[in-house]
Ligand binder design. Structure first.
Ligand code: BGC
Ligand code: ZN
Length: 367
């Protein structure tokens, strides 16, 4: 069967690889699930992997099958799988366990190991192929009514984890009722974070560079989220007007934004950082002021990456809630389909050039 792969360490090496159709028996204990891939989303991580800035091949291979935002349908299950059956729509989690105590308790997303295993990213093949097999432990069922937007689940879990982590950490306060929230960045993650905050009843402001009106500012207006272009009003000024913020989700991919965002955090507030910044940027910051305000305001900043099973499950529930509150809104993310695995060049071109693209995704097989 076909797969989209790269040669890690070699830039622009995307190509079609060929793999054997996987067998249920590769998973011990009769807990295997064979999934036929229907759709796979791509994002900045895939771009970085093809640029050889990120990613490693599995042991014994010189190539890595990419794709970590999968969506598929169960075709066969092993004898000890009771929670899934053929015909179920599913999404697989991305990270697989290592050895730290966090991995041992099923929170692979919190690993303290230096080496981590992520399907389609690091040391494990991904989902940009026709079929995959995995342990039922890592496969989450998606309601059939969500099948059109199921490919958004993996990015949504990154948001779910970040926000859940904020609530968990804020238990330090005994009482925490975030009212004013901010999102830095209006990419897929930023838009999904805004939705997630709306579902929790917050007043949300999204900050991004692009002037309005734009597809994004209009989409946000539809769910009653304020959009501020930082070209029109600088973040620090807008922060005074619409903040200070109880909860901020940073997802711009630009580390310098973090230090401005820190200056808009309210007393007892929390700033969640999710940008994976591989560069080497340096910035000058008002260090005394930022530090003083964090100390005197009991403020918190927390990093977050990846997501484990519980966030995939809560992601499915929140997607259903999102559909109920704002019917048709999540479908609007699916701006740039790519037809079939053969068209991987088209997928990269769309990722690089289509500025208005919210989600580029492969249609591997018909839904
Ligand atoms: C993926 C995460 C992953 C992270 C770091 C993101 O694009 O969505 O699942 O943990 O990259 O590799
Ligand atoms: Zn991703």
């Amino acid at each position: 069967m076909k797969a989209v792969a790269v040669l890690p360490g070699k830039a622009n090496s995307a190509h079609l690889a060929s793999l054997d159709k996987p067998d249920l028996k590769t998973v011990p204990n009769g807990r295997g699930v064979l999934v036929r891939v229907l759709r796979v989303g791509v994002d900045g991580t895939d771009k970085e992997i093809n640029a050889a800035e990120y990613g490693a091949a599995p042991k014994g291979y010189d190539f890595l099958v990419t794709g970590h935002e999968g969506f598929g349908i169960v075709e066969k299950v092993g004898p000890n799988v009771t929670e899934l059956k053929p015909g179920d729509y599913v999404v697989a989690t991305v990270r697989r366990p290592g050895n730290s105590i966090y991995d041992l308790i099923g929170t692979n997303d919190m690993t303290t190991d230096d080496t981590y295993y992520e399907r389609g990213i690091n040391l494990l093949h991904g989902f940009l192929t026709e079929y995959y097999v995995d342990d039922a432990e890592y496969i989450v069922r998606v309601l059939g009514t969500l099948k059109n937007i199921g490919v958004l689940l993996e990015p949504f879990t990154v948001v779910q984890k970040g926000i859940t982590q904020a609530y968990e950490a804020q238990r330090r306060l005994r009482v925490w009722r975030p009212r004013k929230a901010a999102v830095m960045g209006a990419g897929t993650i930023g838009l999904l974070a805004a939705l997630s905050m709306k579902l929790r009843g917050m007043d949300v402001t999204v900050f991004a560079r692009q002037p309005k009106p734009s597809i994004r500012s209009e989409m946000l207006a539809q769910i009653d989220v304020r959009y501020v272009s930082t070209l029109e009003m600088p973040l620090l000024e807008a922060g005074k007007q619409y903040g200070p913020f109880d909860l901020t989700f940073e997802a711009t991919g630009a580390s310098q934004v973090v230090f401005d965002a820190m200056q808009t955090v309210g007393k007892n507030g929390v700033l969640v950082l999710s940008s994976v910044t591989g560069g080497n940027k340096k910035v000058e910051i008002p260090a005394d002021k930022i530090n003083l305000d964090f100390v005197l305001g009991n403020k918190l900043m927390v990093g977050t990456v990846n997501a484990n099973r519980e966030y995939f499950e809560s992601g499915v529930r929140d997607m259903a809630l999102g559909q109920a509150m704002y019917p048709g809104w999540l479908e609007k993310f699916l701006t740039h389909p790519v037809e079939g695995l053969d068209n991987y060049q088209d997928a990269f071109t769309k990722l690089e050039t289509a500025k208005e693209a919210i989600k580029v995704f492969y249609e591997v097989a018909a839904l």
